[in-house]
Design a protein around this ligand. Structure first.
Ligand code: FPP
Length: 231
């Protein structure tokens, strides 16, 4: 493919916001918004493959999302379950690596095994790494990391060592964080990793996010001048 963009983010992280509002506006239950949100995830993964993005992370379930109704939480688990079952072979065919960050311990057993199974099967691929943040919170991740360090008896560490005890130890920091729906908040996502991330807040709700919005996002990133504190 001809070079479409002067520069691309290596790692895009997405806060998929607006599913509930999108559904309510259409007179539908909130879980319908999440279901359409899964289609937007699929479109985005296709776009990552097409435009050669190496890492894409989706904030699918936060440590705070347990406050939602049981019906909504079970609905999200069911979507994840179906997604893994449908995509089991597709990930292998497309050579896409799937992983998660966050603590899946409290998730239903069958879902945990399905996740671990697909992660093991796709571990060797490096064309595109898709990460689902599941029961993930940036503060929780940092505190878990600090406790790991305390238990190991370390007295002093550097930034590299700290990065290596985070859930994201095998991922580069996100260059570009997209939050849909027009809300401009970080909501406990990748707090340590976002030190030098560029942010973009398109107004579109997540279920409507498509290739056109993806290209627009890449164009926004292309224009950003990253200085990392320099001049
Ligand atoms: C945010 O919108 C969305 C979520 C908290 C859940 C996102 C989950 C999925 C798209 C399904 C997960 C499945 C897979 C395959 C990863 P919101 O509900 O907070 O929207 P609102 O602000 O309009 O209420």
């Amino acid at each position: 493919m001809t070079k479409l963009f002067k520069k691309l983010p290596t790692h895009i992280a997405i806060i998929m916001d607006g599913n509930g509002r999108w559904a309510t506006k259409r007179g539908m239950p909130r879980n319908y918004g999440h279901k359409e949100g899964v289609n937007a995830i699929e479109r985005t993964i296709e776009a990552c493959l097409k435009y050669n993005i190496k890492y894409c992370t989706f904030f699918a379930f936060s440590t705070e999302n347990w406050k939602r109704s049981k019906e909504e939480i079970d609905g999200i688990f069911q979507l994840l379950r179906e997604y893994i079952s449908i995509n089991d072979n597709i990930f292998l065919e497309k050579e896409v690596k799937l992983k998660h960050i966050g603590v899946i311990e409290p998730f239903p057993d069958d879902l945990k095994s399905a996740l671990v199974n697909i992660e093991n099967k796709t571990e060797k691929f490096d064309k595109l790494t898709i990460t689902f943040a599941l029961n993930y919170g940036g503060r929780d991740e940092i505190i878990r990391g600090v406790n790991t360090l305390l238990q190991s008896g370390q007295k002093q560490i550097d930034e590299n060592q700290f990065s290596s005890i985070l859930d994201t130890k095998d991922l580069p920091d996100p260059d570009f964080i997209i939050r849909t729906s027009g809300e401009q908040r970080v909501s406990n996502f990748m707090l340590y990793q976002m030190a030098y991330s560029e942010f973009y807040f398109p107004k579109i709700c997540w279920p409507s996010f498509n290739e056109k919005h993806f290209i627009k996002s890449l164009q926004v990133f292309e224009k950003r001048k990253r200085r990392y504190g320099g001049v």
